[in-house]
Each structure stands twice: as C-alpha cells, then as structure tokens.
Write a protein that binds this ligand. Sequence first.
Ligand SMILES: C[S@@+](CC[C@H](N)C(=O)[O-])C[C@H]1O[C@@H](n2cnc3c(N)ncnc32)[C@H](O)[C@@H]1O
Length: 237
Amino acid sequence: MRSLQFYSYVVSYEEDLGISGIDFSSDFIKAVKKRFGHVESVCDFGSGNGFIGLSLLANGLCNHVTLLDKNPLAIKVCKDTVRRNQLGKNVSVCRSDVFKNVRKSEQWDIIIGNPPHHIGTNQQHLSDMKSYDPEWKVHQELYNTAGEHLKIGGSLLLIEDIRDSKPAQWKRLIEETNDLIFIKAFRPRIIRLPNTKRLDYLKMVSNKNNSSMIASGLEWILNPIAPYYIIWSKKQY
Ligand SMILES: C[S@@+](CC[C@H](N)C(=O)[O-])C[C@H]1O[C@@H](n2cnc3c(N)ncnc32)[C@H](O)[C@@H]1O
C-alpha cells in the first residue's frame, strides 16, 4: 500500500484500484459547489481508493462521507486512510454490492460515483471490477435502488465515458425507476489539463518502471479532450 498527499489528507492507495478519481475529484468539486454548495452527507459509490469522496470532505462541501465499494481491497485501503487521518467521525467505510449492505434507513443528500464504464461479462467484472459492469447490471441496480438512499430532493451524479455509453441510455433507465427523475447530462470540462498530483504520480510510477500505468498516464496527458460526461438525476418525492 502506498500513500500520497491529497488536499489536507495523506491518502493510502493501491494502484490496482485505479487513480482516475484524482482527476475526477476536481469535476465533482466543481459540480457540487455550483449546484448544491455545502450538504450534510455524501456517498461515494464505487469509491476505490476514496479520492472523490475525500476531496468533497476536504473542500468543506459536506460534513460526512460514506466510501462504499464491493472490492475488499478498496475497503482495506479506505479504512487505512481513515485511521491515518483520524477521520472516524466524518468518514464511514462500507463494503457493499451496490446498496445491499446499507441500512434501509440510511439516506444521503448526494450520491456521487465513478462506476465501471465498460459493459462486460460476469467473468470480466469478477477479474476487473473497476472497469467492467456485467451487462450494465451494476448501473441498473444502482439506479433502481438509489432513490431509497437519497433524501427527498437528493441527487445522484455519475461520471461516464462517452466512448462506452450515451446519455440517452441512462435517461431511459432513470425514467423507468419509480422515484428518480432525469435532470441532465453535462460535460464537466472539455479540455483536461494534467494536474500536479497526476504529474507527481506519473513521476513515481516511472521510477517504478510500471509501463502500463505510464502508458495510461501519458495517454491522459497527451489527449487533451476529456471524453467524460456526468449524468444528474434527482429523487423527486
Ligand atoms: C472506475 S472505478 C472508480 C474508483 C474510484 N472511485 C476512482 O474514481 O478512482 C469503479 C469502482 O466501482 C466499484 N464497483 C464495481 N461494481 C460494484 C458494485 N456492484 N458495488 C459497489 N462497488 C462496485 C469497483 O470496485 C471500483 O472501485
């Protein structure tokens, strides 16, 4: 397990869990600040190393964050970050397949997430949970049950990759639920700029000679168009 300075925290992380949350965190900070300001509670769905949820807490956009993931490694890493930074009062860590292990009474103001972006088979999901959603079943269950865990008027914001899915398919799925309404799809930013944390990270993986991490980091930096969009839905009553 490694660690890096991330806003005011020293965050533990495992490379296998992915680090795209470092970059996406600035998109979520912007989106939450602009649309909601400060809220009481947030769930980071599919938190992985926890970067997105922790960035909202570190920037004073919520008082409490739940880091939720199905992968036991993510749970171990997030618990380590909580311990290291003495965040026990402000951060809960929950191992759950979608919301199956979440108390029925638990409700958040906002659920944010960077779910697996590629459609795949069960086998692909089991070997790489961060990338593959089996036949979009994770998304389906997430949209069908998110309303139970949102306060009235609460929002769900998921970041997706335009190369793997289109807003219209999520709009359809949201319209089929009993309690969510589709608000809109928006591009958080068109140009992606390398941020300093990512450059530090790249320097570190270069020293370790991890070629696949270097390649994905370079692709990120050299391709300036961010192919991502956020789907915003809301619990109406
Ligand atoms: C694209 S990764 C995002 C990780 C992290 N949030 C980030 O942005 O770096 C997707 C995450 O969703 C988690 N995940 C996949 N299926 C899940 C499920 N059924 N329930 C909860 N989490 C799930 C994976 O373990 C993984 O951590």
